[in-house]
Write a protein that binds this ligand. Structure first.
Ligand code: BES
Ligand code: ZN
Ligand code: ZN
Length: 502
C-alpha cells in the first residue's frame, strides 16, 4: 500500500492480521506451553525428540530453543507463581503480560532467520495469553527506520494453532487493533520534531480519523485558541514556527448508550526546549517524546474506532511546540486561562500543565449530552515522576477512588503498569502567587504532585484521572523490542475502555 505523506511513515498494516501466503518453505515453530504437560507432549513430538520434550518439561527456565530438521523451534513455558501477593497484586505479572513479553523477546531472532512461515502453537493457553502473545508479536515486529524504506521488510507468514487446531478466533482482530494502536503511539513518539510539528501532527490525526464512521474531527488553530481565550495554550506555542492547535475527535457510535461521554486529553508538546528557562543539553535531547501522552490518546482512539466500542468518547490533543524566540512567553508573565484563572509563570519549562489546563477546560465545560462523566488526561508531565517510579510504571492521580481502582486493575492486567500517588492538599500552597491567582509551578519537592494539583484546579469536581507517564524505553522490554517510543498508556486505557465502557 502506498503511504500518504501525511501518514509520516506509519502504516496500519498488521503482521498478525495479514493473511498473505508464504512463498517459500523455510519453516519455524513457536510453542507457548501451559497446563497439563501430557497434553502438549503430543504436539511437541511433531518437531522435537523425546529428550528435548523431557528437557522442556523439567526446565526451570521459561524459554528454550532448538535447531531441528523441521527448522528452528522456540518453546515458552511461562511460570505463574501462586501465593501471597504484595501491593494488592498490582505489580504482579499478568498472564497477558507474561505471554506478550516472553513471545516478543524471541521475535528479533525469529526475524533475523529469514523464515517464510512461523507456526505458533498455543497449548493450554487462556484467551488472555493468546491476546498478549499476539500483541507481543505485533509490537516486536515494529521498526521505526524500516517504515521509511521503499521495499518493505519481509515478515514470515504467521499460522496460529490452539490445541493442535487452526486458531481463528475474533481475538486475533482485537489483538491486531491493540498492537497497531500501540505501535501508532510509538511511531508518533519516535518521529523527530522536524517531521512531527503541530501542523503535521494535526494533519496526521485528520488523515487517520476523518471520514470514519462515528468520528468527527475538529481542529482549532492558533486564532481559534485566542478567540476561545485559551491564553495558556496559546502562550506556550506561539514562539514556534508552527503555532499551537487543539484537535478534538468526537466519537459517538451508532446505538451508543445515553451514558455520559468519557473525555481523554493528551499533552502534545512536539518539542520541549524548556522555553526561556532553557533545558540543559542532556535533558533536552529526548524531548521529541514530550507528546507521548497525546500519542497514547491517539493509539486508544484508533483501538476504539476499530473495535467500535459502544460508548460515547471524546479525544482531545493539546498540541504545541515549546520553543525559544523573541516572542516566547517569559518567567514572570501573567497569563489568563480559558477558565479565567490568572496564572503567573514561574518557569516556562512547566508548559505541559498550561496547555492541558486550557484543553481540560474545553472538555469539562461541554454542556448537556456532551458533558463528560469522567475526564482522563495523559501527559509526560514531570521529571519527578520518572525519579519516583522509573520509566516502567506511570503515576496515577485521581479524585475518584472508584475510577482510579478500575484503571489500576486494567493497568495490571495489560502489563502497562500504573501506581497511584496522592493529591496532597497541603502542597497546594506551593502554587500560591502574589500578583496572580496561581503560579504554574513551585520550587518545592513533590513536583509530580504539585503538577497534578495544578491540573485539578481546572477540572473542578468532575471525576478525573491524571496519568504522568514517561512514554519511552531506553532498552527493549514490555513487548517493544526496539528502544524508543513505548506506547505507554495505550494498553492500560484500552483494557479500561473494554472492561468499563463496552
Ligand atoms: N516534559 C517535561 C517533563 C519530563 C522531563 C518528562 C523529563 C520526561 C522526562 C516537562 O515539561 C518539564 O520540563 N517539567 C519540569 C517542571 C519543573 C520546571 C517544575 C520538570 O519536571 O523538571
Ligand atoms: Zn517542560
Ligand atoms: Zn514538557
Amino acid at each position: 500500500m502506498a503511504l500518504k505523506k501525511s501518514m509520516l511513515g506509519f502504516s496500519t498494516d498488521s503482521w498478525i492480521g495479514s493473511q498473505e501466503k508464504a512463498s517459500g518453505k523455510k519453516l519455524g515453530h513457536l510453542f507457548y506451553l501451559q497446563g497439563a504437560k501430557n497434553s502438549w507432549k503430543k504436539t511437541l513430538s511433531q518437531v522435537l525428540e523425546d529428550w528435548q520434550i523431557k528437557e522442556i518439561a523439567e526446565s526451570p527456565s521459561e524459554l528454550a530453543f532448538y535447531s531441528t530438521q523441521s527448522g528452528p523451534v522456540w518453546a515458552i513455558m511461562a511460570k505463574h507463581p501462586k501465593g501471597a501477593k504484595s501491593h494488592s497484586g498490582l505489580m504482579d505479572r499478568s498472564e497477558y503480560t507474561a505471554a506478550r513479553d516472553l513471545i516478543s523477546l524471541n521475535i528479533p531472532k525469529v526475524l533475523s532467520m529469514g523464515l517464510d512461515q512461523l507456526q505458533i502453537h498455543f497449548e493450554g493457553a487462556k484467551n488472555s495469553e493468546i491476546m498478549g502473545g499476539l500483541v507481543g508479536l505485533e509490537m516486536a515486529a515494529y521498526r521505526f527506520n524500516d517504515c521509511f524504506k521503499e521495499t518493505k521488510r519481509k515478515l514470515p507468514q504467521l499460522k496460529l494453532f490452539k490445541g493442535g487446531k487452526a486458531y481463528k478466533d475474533k481475538s486475533i482482530q482485537r489483538a491486531t487493533h491493540l498492537g497497531v494502536g500501540t505501535n501508532l503511539a510509538r511511531h508518533l513518539v519516535n518521529l523527530p520534531a522536524n517531521e512531527l510539528n503541530p501542523k503535521t501532527y494535526a494533519e496526521f490525526l485528520r488523515t487517520i480519523f476523518s471520514g470514519q464512521k462515528s468520528f468527527k474531527v475538529e481542529v482549532w488553530d492558533g486564532n481559534r485558541l485566542k478567540k476561545e481565550n485559551m491564553g495558556l495554550h496559546w502562550a506556550v506555542g506561539k514562539a514556534a514556527e508552527e503555532g499551537p492547535c487543539m484537535v478534538h475527535l468526537k466519537y459517538r457510535p451508532p446505538g451508543s448508550s445515553s451514558k455520559k461521554p468519557t473525555a481523554f486529553v493528551g499533552k502534545g508538546i512536539t518539542y520541549d526546549t524548556g522555553g526561556l528557562d532553557l533545558k540543559p543539553a542532556q535533558y533536552m535531547r529526548n524531548m521529541k517524546k514530550d507528546m507521548g501522552g497525546s500519542a497514547a490518546v491517539a493509539g486508544l482512539a484508533y483501538y476504539v474506532l476499530k473495535e467500535q466500542i459502544k460508548q460515547p468518547m471524546d479525544f482531545y490533543f493539546a498540541i504545541a511546540e515549546n520553543a525559544v524566540a523573541g516572542n516566547a512567553f517569559r518567567p514572570g508573565d501573567i497569563l489568563t486561562s480559558r477558565k479565567g484563572t490568572r496564572v503567573e509563570i514561574h518557569n516556562t519549562d512547566a508548559e505541559g500543565r498550561l496547555v492541558l489546563a486550557d484543553v481540560l477546560d474545553v472538555a469539562v465545560t461541554k454542556k448537556a449530552k456532551d458533558a463528560p462523566g469522567l475526564v482522563v488526561d495523559v501527559a509526560t508531565l514531570t521529571g519527578a515522576i520518572k525519579a519516583t517510579l522509573g520509566s516502567g510504571v506511570g503515576g496515577l492521580f485521581s479524585n475518584s477512588d472508584k475510577d482510579a481502582d478500575k484503571l489500576l486493575k486494567s493497568a495490571q492486567q495489560s502489563g502497562d503498569r500504573l501506581w497511584r500517588i496522592p493529591l496532597i492538599p497541603d502542597y497546594k500552597s506551593q502554587l500560591n502567587s502574589t500578583p496572580a491567582d496561581m503560579v504554574n509551578c513551585g520550587d518545592g519537592f513533590g513536583g509530580a504532585v504539585t503538577a497534578a494539583l495544578f491540573l485539578e484546579h481546572f477540572v473542578g469536581s468532575l471525576p478525573w484521572i491524571h496519568l504522568d507517564i514517561y512514554a519511552w524505553k531506553d532498552k527493549p522490554g514490555g513487548g517493544c523490542m526496539e528502544p524508543g517510543g513505548s506506547g505507554q498508556g495505550v494498553q492500560s486505557l484500552s483494557f479500561f475502555v473494554d472492561s468499563n465502557l463496552k
